[in-house]
Write a new protein. Structure first.
Length: 156
């Protein structure tokens, strides 16, 4: 009988929930557990308005932005939503380098729109992460708690 190797564990996913302080310069640390995001690496932050809980900031590595661009480019040019997506994703994003101690400085307009002041909740979402104000993160949990059984049914 031949032996079947166990599949390799998932590597490179951003997981977990972390609460971090945001200083007066709007600097926020990236969790040490997210070692796949290296110091001095450029990440892309996008103001993401798509939740009943309010806006958050979605963070991706450079390749994540390229993936979003490919998905938007796949939308037919005749679809007016394509222009909306381009404006909302690229017009409300910022490419930022982490400093030597793995902090990112949130743009003022983005932090304000997401309701982030002195604290932030960072939520790993696999290939990306989200940054929420504590109040909106709590609202998101409440909204999604109701939807979770139906969402889990998709997985079988």
């Amino acid at each position: 009988m031949s032996e079947t190797a166990n599949p390799a564990p998932y590597r490179g996913f951003l997981t977990g929930l972390y609460e971090h302080l945001v200083d007066e310069k709007r600097r926020m640390a990236i969790p040490a557990q997210w070692s796949q995001i290296e110091a001095a690496e450029t990440i892309v932050l996008v103001l993401w308005p798509g939740s009943k809980a309010g806006a958050c900031i979605r963070g991706v590595k450079r390749g994540g932005l390229e993936k979003m661009a490919d998905e938007i480019d796949a939308v037919p040019n005749t679809d007016p939503k394509k222009a909306i997506l381009k404006r909302q994703v690229f017009g409300r994003s910022a490419e930022l380098a982490l400093d030597k101690v793995r902090r990112v400085t949130l743009p003022g307009w983005m932090a304000e729109a997401a309701g982030i002041t002195t604290q932030a909740v960072l939520l790993g979402c696999g290939d990306r992460f989200e940054v929420w104000s504590p109040g909106r993160a709590k609202s998101l949990d409440e909204v999604e708690a109701e939807q979770m059984p139906e969402a889990l049914a998709i997985m079988g």
